[in-house]
Write a protein that binds this ligand. Structure first.
Ligand SMILES: [Zn+2]
Length: 349
């Protein structure tokens, strides 16, 4: 029983490989955040170690221990996982050589309680160059009882040598209807809430499920959006203060800043949809009236140009540009309202 929703093609591929005992030595799961990469990776770890009849059964001792994160042969490695002190892991922006050395050592030992060791590398794009080189060595010398599963939001940020050693598996975002159905049928969400969350989730069911369980997520989202709208109207001083906050946050938690920028992108994309007359297609369906009134203040070209600028900032941050600089450039490019320009024509001309 696979827990991943809406990835039937990927599941049948893995299922066939399992049955033919022809699993790859390393997989690279590519897809946006919260689309189900970790769920799939853990399912695969369960499948190769399952003691039930139909693997992964989700019920045997092995499957349960993996789901609880207690199985000795299944290890998740990410920025936060370390044996060192937590202050070090918080400030770390790359997966280190030491972390990969630990894996190498562990991979050289036989499985402890299961049939196969599984190493899941979450955020593989964050491997340092040294760590990637170390990992490459391990991937080049496959062992029968070890499977590597690398998870990434963007495989272009990984060294080509690593990508070429893995079987690439892409997890596409789910359709809105698919998310909505899964929310009501599997997680028992109220129909109205399921409808809103399925839009806001952008095809990433994991986020929608978390938001259905935890009211705070929607609340936080609303607050971030309000802040965003304030900043759009604010003067340069307030914008630069906001940049400083974001930049210092970026040094501790890249994902959080990425999520804020995604929200910006989504909002401006909605404004674009409103501008071209597609109000029904917006993501923020709970704010469609507000979107219509905000969109009236901008021209289509202004909206398009600012969307390009947000995308450019996201890319630069991924490529390790100076966050303060990249975000300042973005804040300077917030368009002025077309409305206010006509109300206050430039004097002296
Ligand atoms: Zn099982």
């Amino acid at each position: 029983m696979w827990d991943v929703v809406g990835q039937d093609r990927v599941i049948s591929l893995l299922q066939r490989s399992l049955e033919a005992e022809s699993l790859a030595h390393a997989y690279l799961l590519v897809g946006p955040a919260h689309v189900g990469k970790m769920t799939l990776a853990l399912n695969l770890a369960e499948a190769v170690n399952c003691e039930g009849v139909e693997s992964p059964c989700g019920e045997c001792a092995s499957c349960l221990r993996i789901a609880d994160g207690k199985h000795a042969d299944v290890q998740v490695i990410d920025l936060g996982s370390t044996n060192g002190n937590s202050a070090e892991s918080e400030s770390r922006v790359k997966i280190s050589v030491e972390q990969i050395e630990q894996i190498q050592h562990s991979a050289s030992l036989p499985p402890f309680e299961g049939r196969c060791k599984v190493f899941i590398l979450d955020g593989a794009e964050l491997l340092s160059i040294g760590a990637a080189n170390r990992l490459l060595k391990t991937l080049e010398e496959p062992s029968g009882k070890v499977v590597f599963v690398l998870l990434t939001v963007n495989d272009k940020l990984l060294p080509a040598t690593i990508v070429s050693r893995c079987q690439r598996v892409e997890l596409a975002p789910l359709g809105t209807a698919e998310v909505e159905t899964a929310l009501t049928e599997r997680w028992g969400a109220e129909p109205d809430k399921a409808k809103l969350l399925s839009r806001l989730a952008n095809g990433c069911l994991g986020w929608a499920v978390s938001a259905a369980r935890d009211e705070q997520l929607l609340q936080q989202r609303a607050e971030t959006l309000e802040r965003l709208l304030d900043i759009t109207e604010a003067g340069y001083e307030a914008r630069f203060q906001y940049v400083s906050q974001l930049a210092s946050r970026f040094s501790q938690n890249r994902t959080a800043v990425r999520e804020i920028l995604d929200l910006w992108l989504e909002w401006w994309h909605d404004l674009l949809l409103v501008k071209v007359g597609c109000v029904d297609a917006v993501t923020n369906i709970d704010r469609s009236t507000q979107l219509v009134s905000v969109a009236a203040g901008y021209t289509l070209n202004q909206i398009r140009a600012f969307i390009d600028n947000i995308q450019a900032a996201v890319e630069q941050l991924q490529l390790n540009a100076n966050p303060q600089l990249a975000l300042e450039v973005l804040m300077l490019s917030i368009p002025g309202k077309a409305e206010s320009r006509t109300r206050h024509p430039i004097r002296g001309k």
